[in-house]
Design a protein around this ligand. Sequence first.
Ligand code: PSU
Ligand code: MN
Length: 302
Amino acid sequence: MNPYLDIHPEVAKALAQGKPVVALESTIISHGMPYPQNVRTALAVEEVVRQNGAVPATIAILGGRLKAGLTREEIEYLGQQGQKVTKTSRRDLAVLLAKGMDGATTVATTMMIACMAGIRVFATGGIGGVHRGAGTTMDISADLQELARTDVAVVCAGAKAILDLKLTLEYLETHGVPVLGYGTEELPAFYTRTSGLKVDYRVDSPEEIARIMAVRSDLGLSGGILVTNPIPEEWSMDPVLINGTMDRAVAEAEAQGITGKEVTPFLLARVKELTGGDSLEANIALVKNNARLAARIAGALG
Ligand code: PSU
Ligand code: MN
């Protein structure tokens, strides 16, 4: 038993009975969306997981405890705290526990805690990646390295074009992370279904993804897989408009000298401001869509 980990009783019961469980991240709640839409979305996403036959486990750090599965009150608390909560990546984890602090978990730390709890499937919106200009800034999200080492399937809508998507794919290839496209050969780019880049393999059912996970486990291959699930057609945004907005946000971040862990939250907030409510609506729709697929993959794992 991990002495730092609290598994919510409903999650623990499902895991003990071999029932499907889906992990959900909390940086998307604290840093990814404004209050109160963040709380409403987090609860709605949990509901989508349930409707698709799995138990949701939203992951965070509260009072120095790793939490797999949160109460409504805990989700409400994180949503209200917003950016005051520490955005927690791998390097922060032990420090936060030692200090008894709260932390919102990124894709990287949500994967780590899911793995500690025995949860194999995780749904989010977008992952971090290689930033544009990484050749000089070396800004590469710890999410990628975590995908390389931790055995969790991450279901996302691709990554935002605030990143260098081509270099992100190169990095994942180097580190042996398969990038699967759900019903598509093309890498989706979060707000849009297209990026002009190819995924490694197209997959067409949750069962197929579960089979790939089973074979990886049989072979003793460590590391995650990335399942990219395009935003539903009706929510897909105009690529010219959204890409122009992202270019502008990236230029502003550079001009203002934003660095380190502040870069992604800054870009997310600017894109949201510049597009008004549209991007937020699209964001909520794609997270729900990913939660649905993740629940079905968890169900197919058997
Ligand atoms: N990309 C999004 N939405 C998000 C994030 C990324 O489209 O909410 C969050 C996730 O929690 C992700 C983190 O793990 O940002 C990556 O941050 P960084 O680039 O600093 O590693
Ligand atoms: Mn970074």
